[in-house]
Design a protein around this ligand. Structure first.
Ligand SMILES: Cc1cc2nc3c(=O)[nH]c(=O)nc-3n(C[C@H](O)[C@H](O)[C@H](O)COP(=O)(O)OP(=O)(O)OC[C@H]3O[C@@H](n4cnc5c(N)ncnc54)[C@H](O)[C@@H]3O)c2cc1C
Length: 320
């Protein structure tokens, strides 16, 4: 199901955050802003790749300890060079449509990880302007401080780096953010950070902003399915390809597709974000949870792959 991936190096980033350089399987590719899912015993946790797929650097994740958190502390305490972790292939939709767009990036604390990947990719491969507003508690807690300073020095005409420190000004307010973002109104906007920061950014922007929410998975996508389980048959059209699989009736469609190595899109995996939405062409499914699709979406045959289990013996879905 997952693949065993060797940790090549461990880097102390701050007192609370460590980076893990990963020897990803060569057939795994990723887009800027995507994440991998890591098995930690009986649970699984997502971590954004902070490396860029275009710079030639090795793949890297950065884990910040969460007070009382199971997965983040286990990883920071136990992983050393040579450790093998079990991972699911990169996924997620927090990635720019075009690296040539002007980008306004917001990061708070460990939310810098997917933003860093987007930033480095855009500076190397894109042609637009890039601005980053990066909020942290204080200077010692800034992850990638030196790398960001180096990027700002290397791209003085294209990259504006704006640090916000709570210890100097308190947490960023909507009014303060409005002032900061004024010069960047036409830019494509992306935010990742703690919920209060993302809420303030959304209110200040008052327009479209793509968000990546860091939360722990409540399900374990690595868990074995009982082999005697009844199966349905599912046909899936995705990325111009057609697949057909046995579909164990208690397995969610997204888990099935990922276990088959298909790069199906997803983010929250809890029925709250619709990143995994696809359309049903025939057959019926049941959604175990749905906090995002509405009547009109169902009328258009949309379902959430992360919550869909089969109700009929034959099901056909499309992502195209
Ligand atoms: C797409 C995505 C990308 C992510 N990328 C990153 C990244 O790059 N870097 C990063 O550091 N994180 C990232 N995360 C977050 C990461 O997946 C974990 O959620 C995070 O590391 C915390 O996991 P944990 O197991 O340490 O904490 P958990 O054990 O899940 O605990 C989380 C919090 O809840 C509290 N808690 C736990 N159990 C209970 C309980 N029973 N009652 C009350 N409180 C409880 C804990 O004390 C803790 O404060 C990402 C998440 C997503 C979805």
């Amino acid at each position: 199901m997952g693949e065993r991936v060797r940790v090549a190096a461990v880097i102390d980033e701050t007192a609370e955050a460590k980076s893990f350089v990963l020897d990803l399987p060569p057939h795994w590719t990723y887009q800027p802003g995507q994440f991998v899912t890591v098995r930690v015993g009986e649970v699984a946790r997502c971590y954004s790749l902070c490396s860029s797929p275009f710079t030639g650097e090795p793949a890297k994740i950065t884990v910040k300890r969460m007070l009382g958190g199971h997965g983040s502390n286990w990883l920071c305490d136990n992983v050393s060079p040579g450790t093998e972790l079990e991972l699911l292939a990169p996924g997620g939709v927090f990635t720019p449509g075009s690296l040539d767009d002007d980008l306004l990036l917001f990061a708070g604390g460990s939310g810098i990880t997917p933003v860093m990947s987007i930033l480095k990719s855009a500076l190397l491969r894109g042609a637009g302007q890039v601005a980053l507003i990066y909020a942290n508690r204080d200077e010692p807690s800034i992850i990638f401080a030196q790398e960001l300073a180096d990027l700002a020095a290397a791209h003085p005409g294209r990259f504006r780096l704006i640090h916000w420190l709570d210890c100097d000004h308190g947490p960023p307010t909507v009014a303060a953010l409005r002032q900061l973002i004024e010069p960047f109104s036409g830019y494509e906007k992306f935010v990742c950070g703690p919920d209060p920061y993302m809420a303030a950014v959304q209110e200040a922007v008052a327009g479209s902003v793509r968000i990546e929410r860091f939360e722990s998975l409540s399900d374990n996508p690595f868990a074995e399915q009982p082999s005697s389980e009844r199966t349905a048959r599912v046909r899936v059209a995705i990325d111009g390809q057609n697949y057909e699989f046995d579909w164990p009736v208690r397995t969610k469609l997204l888990d099935l597709l990922l276990s088959k190595g298909i790069n199906a899109p997803y983010s929250c995996r809890q029925g709250t974000c619709a990143a995994c939405a696809c359309r049903i062409l025939s057959g019926e499914v049941k959604l175990l949870n749905n906090e995002i699709l509405e009547e009109e979406d169902f009328a258009d045959n949309y379902i959430l792959a992360c919550q869909a289990v089969p109700l009929t013996d034959d099901v056909s879905v499309t992502y195209n």
